[in-house]
Each structure stands twice: as C-alpha cells, then as structure tokens.
Design a protein. Structure first.
Length: 298
C-alpha cells in the first residue's frame, strides 16, 4: 500500500536509518563547502564576545539536528577558540543519534518535536544561538510562524538565529553535452514540483527569508545567497538521488491502483533512467544555498 506523504511523519519513519544518516553527512559537507563557515561571521563574533564577557557557558540549540554532525563541527570550532559551550540537538527522530559515548561531552541530542506546544519550560529563553537547516519541507503555504516562533521562544534576549536552506524553489538540471538527455531528471523534478504545489510546499519564502524574520520581530538581519561550487555538483546530484530513491514508497503499486497516474513500478523505472543520465554526467542541484541570521530584540 502506498503511503501518503506527510513531512511530520516522513522524518520519523523506520526507513530514515543509516542511509539517511549517511546522506546527512554528505549534505552537511556540501553545505559547509558552499557556505564556508559553521557560524555566520556576525554570530561567531557574538559568541566570542559573549564567552569572554560572561562566565556562564554559551548555550546553542540545533533544531532538526539529524545525526548531530553540525554540532560536532561546532564543538571543534569552539574548542579551537577556547569557548565553553553547551550544545543541544533536538530531532523528532532519534534513530540517527550517535550514542552519547561517541559524542563530545558538550553535545547532547534529545528527541523532541519542535512544533509541539508548550515547549519544555527549561528550554524557553535559554539559548544564545538557535540554528536550523534544511527544514523547508516542513513549511507549508509559506507559513513560517511555527518555526520562527519556536526559535524566538528558545532564544535569550539578544540571542541569534542562524538558518540555512538550499534553494528548493529552483532546480537546475545540466547536461555536459547536447547529446546526453536530461528528460528523466526533468520529469522527476516536474512530478516533485507538482506534488509540492498540491500540498502547499512552494518554497517562495526562501527568496524573502529576511523579510519574514523582520516580520516576526528579529533585528540586525543579514541574508546571503551562496553559489554552489561546480566541483560539488556531482555530490549534490547524488544527495538528491538518495532522496528520490526513498520516495518510491509513496506511489501505489499497479496492483493496488491500476489507473494511478504514477505507479511505484513506473517511478522505479523513471528513477533508473535518471540514474543512467547522471552516470553520463547530468547534474541536478538548486544552484544556491540561502543563509540568514537575525537577532532577538534585547
């Protein structure tokens, strides 16, 4: 039986296991290659100043932390700079959490639905920095209030939000030569766009994330669009192929629904053709990574 795609349940399904964790490691590498920083310069400056001015540990929350890879890298950066910090990761699916024995002492990963209300009392107003990345699939009808209100609630006055997303509103499909077809990849992208539009996931907000932060009360906002590197395009393509492969379960089999517009068997066949295209050099990517930061009013 086909499953109905629901972003809130997709990310807690049993299939989100070692394959997804491996993809998250790849995704993190690609984001870092594109951005060139763990903490945006304004936020890093704040963290250094805060650590010197206050004897208390800096507190950082990573929402939708996956396997904790961003926090692990942040721990390394803070260690180099002599910054003492408490680094807390939260995710609705703990399947990909490494065991505590294999995490830095400063890193703690906890199962939590960040959209559930009320938030645990001890978290409210507790954090100097809140970070999240690649959560755009959870945002429907460009309604950022659930996500940004959670970030505001977690931040101390004067604390910083840092948010990064690939430009999911724009797919770029490129062939190394006119003789190599891109038709299968283009068809998959069209199907994904149509499915996203049908459930309200249009991603138009990504081009105006700074405006949305301002409307939700953030100050000192800075947004940048970071171009992906051409030497990373093959890896970006492979990252998306892993996502596409996982989507087969959301299409009905021919036996279940003979008249379905797209059957599971047809998707698998189309996916195979897309893989063949990429093996001939076709790349699929979003072109840019958006990063935006904003400060909670003091």
């Amino acid at each position: 039986m086909a499953n109905t795609y629901d972003a809130s349940t997709y990310w807690i399904a049993p299939a989100r296991n070692f394959r997804t964790s491996a993809r998250l490691h790849l995704q993190h590498l690609l984001f870092q290659n594109t951005l060139g920083f763990i903490l945006e310069p304004q936020v890093e400056t704040y963290s250094i100043a805060s650590s010197k001015a206050d004897s208390k540990q800096l507190k950082v929350a990573d929402l939708g932390c996956g396997n904790g890879v961003w926090l692990n890298d942040l721990h390394s950066e803070f260690t180099k700079k002599g910054i003492s910090a408490q680094l807390d990761g939260y995710d609705v699916n703990p399947t990909n959490f490494p065991p505590p024995a294999f995490l830095p002492e400063s890193v703690t990963l906890t199962k939590l639905d960040i959209f559930a209300k009320p938030l645990p009392e001890e978290m409210v107003g507790a954090y100097d920095i809140v970070h999240f990345r690649a959560l755009s699939s959870l945002i429907l009808n460009s309604n950022l209030t659930p996500l940004l209100s959670t970030a505001l609630a977690l931040l101390k006055p004067g604390g910083w939000l840092q948010w990064e997303e690939s430009r999911a509103d724009t797919y770029v499909i490129q062939s190394p030569s006119p003789e190599i077809s891109t038709s299968a990849c283009e068809t998959i992208v069209q199907i994904l766009k149509a499915g996203g539009d049908a459930r309200g996931a249009k991603f138009d907000f990504l081009a105006e994330a700074d405006r949305h932060l301002k409307e939700h009360g953030f100050t000192e906002i800075h947004m940048r669009m970071n171009e992906t590197r051409k030497q990373d395009l093959k890896a970006w393509t492979e990252d998306y192929l892993m996502v596409w492969e996982e989507l087969a379960v959301y299409f009905p089999s021919k036996e279940e629904q003979p008249q379905a517009t797209m059957s599971r068997e047809a998707w698998v066949e189309l996916f195979g053709k897309a893989v063949s295209e990429t093996e001939q050099g076709v790349v699929v990517h979003h072109g840019k990574v958006m990063s935006v930061v904003g400060r909670k009013a003091v």
